[in-house]
Design a binder for this molecule. Structure first.
Ligand SMILES: Cc1cc2nc3c(=O)[nH]c(=O)nc-3n(C[C@H](O)[C@H](O)[C@H](O)COP(=O)(O)OP(=O)(O)OC[C@H]3O[C@@H](n4cnc5c(N)ncnc54)[C@H](O)[C@@H]3O)c2cc1C
Length: 378
């Protein structure tokens, strides 16, 4: 018989773990259930913290992303202090080379806030030697950054364990049991587990447990390694219109990513990898000589409006934290903080209203089947 936690989090990717650590630090007892830690999108990501390079328009989403990026330095330092493990946070900036004038809209070359600066061909080649000859210039985003997302989720997992979160891998939540707009327990592959409050943080798989508009968007990736006799030639991320190249401090270089509507179809494909390699070599030709290290793929939790789903649900004791699409690594610290405020302090930040998704179709009075117990509309 499992002791009843204050909060049970379904999903142990970056979002579920970040919320678990935050709640535990505030005094809650927390359980995390995860079907497959390694299959999480959080392992597959590139780790860019890139609200500016992603060209998000002025919006609550941009505000949310910028707030999260500003939390990153202290948040990762806290995790590193707790665990003794690195997270690979690196405020390296992002260089966004372009190939045509169309991609340089000709607006101010340096905006007043200093978040972006235009570099012409000579300037960009001085700044980053070795770019392909098709590059005509590019934008420099000094405030964007990166984290080694695999190291980060490893550190989050360790932090959760060190703090006393009950973290369990290889356990699947099969049904969310509901009664009178309350979750009364979750049926798992092992047993029924109950808590006072529940969080849905199952990423691209959210739709398997509750009807939601989250669907998988597959991304294929690969990495190469800088040969040992060379100094790492890249000191910042390269983010071109059709490819990104993310150098890690340990000499790995991550290259991504495809964006495919193929459901949960696994594996890398020759055409996916060929496209990534062609684009990467066009952008940074010397990559063609580096040894390939690894291929992998993952599933982004996409939503129709590309916004995360955060906050209250039609069940009083169930909170949503899903649908982070392309920016879940970036959004982890702000999600953790806002969701912990909501659950533990009953404080709802005004930003949350923009990501709410609990418009109401009535919930049947009681269900303990696998049939979705309520439906939701945008
Ligand atoms: C190729 C690629 C590149 C990306 N690059 C970036 C980037 O550079 N920057 C950025 O910010 N974001 C990036 N992302 C997006 C980011 O990875 C995701 O938004 C983020 O990881 C989502 O985290 P999550 O915890 O919600 O989901 P996940 O990390 O997918 O974790 C969900 C977890 O829930 C578990 N689960 C699912 N169903 C159940 C169930 N029924 N019972 C129990 N457990 C369950 C899964 O096994 C999994 O462990 C990228 C994604 C991909 C695929």
């Amino acid at each position: 018989m499992t002791a009843k936690s204050d909060v049970l989090i379904i999903g142990g990717g970056v979002i579920g773990l970040a919320i678990a650590v935050e709640l535990k630090l505030r005094g809650a007892s927390v359980t995390v259930l995860s079907r497959d830690f390694q299959a999480a999108a959080s392992h597959a990501a590139a780790g860019m913290l890139a609200p500016h390079a992603e060209a998000l328009p002025p919006s609550p989403m941009l505000d949310l992303c910028k707030r999260s990026r500003s939390l990153y330095r202290d948040w990762t330092r806290k995790l590193e202090d707790l665990t003794g493990e690195p997270t690979g946070y690196w405020p390296c900036g992002i260089l966004a080379p372009v190939y045509t004038q169309l991609e340089h809209p000709g607006c101010s070359d340096r905006d007043a806030s200093g978040v972006q600066e235009w570099l012409d061909r000579d300037a960009i080649n001085l700044y980053q030697p070795g770019l392909g000859s098709d590059v005509i210039g590019g934008w420099w985003y000094p405030e964007d950054a990166q984290v080694d997302n695999r190291a980060l989720v490893g550190a989050l997992w360790t932090a959760a364990q060190c703090l006393g979160v009950d973290v369990r891998n290889r356990i699947t939540v099969e049904v969310i049991q509901q009664q009178q707009r309350q979750v009364i327990g979750v049926q798992t592959s092992a047993e029924v587990i109950r808590a006072e409050h529940y969080v849905l943080a199952t990423g691209a798989w959210s739709n398997e447990l509750l009807p939601s508009p989250v669907r998988p968007k597959k991304g294929q990736m690969l990495s190469v390694r800088v040969p040992e006799h060379l100094q790492p030639p890249l000191k910042r991320i390269l983010f071109a219109p059709d490819i990104y190249i993310v150098p890690r401090r340990d000499g790995r270089i991550v290259i991504g990513a495809t964006s495919e509507d193929v459901g949960f179809t696994p594996h890398n494909t020759p055409s996916g990898i060929q496209a990534l390699l062609e684009r990467a070599i066009r952008l940074y030709p010397q990559l063609q000589h580096y040894p390939i290290q690894e291929f992998w793929w993952g599933f982004r939790p996409a939503t129709p409006d590309e916004l995360p789903i955060l906050g209250t649900s039609p069940c009083k004791n169930l909170t949503f934290a899903t649908g982070h699409y392309r920016n879940g690594i970036l959004l982890a610290p702000v999600t953790a903080s806002l969701i912990a405020d909501l659950i533990w302090e009953q404080k709802s930040d005004s930003l949350l209203a923009h990501f709410n998704y609990s418009l109401g179709v009535p919930i049947p009075a009681s269900t303990t089947t696998g049939i979705p117990a309520f439906s939701i509309m945008i």
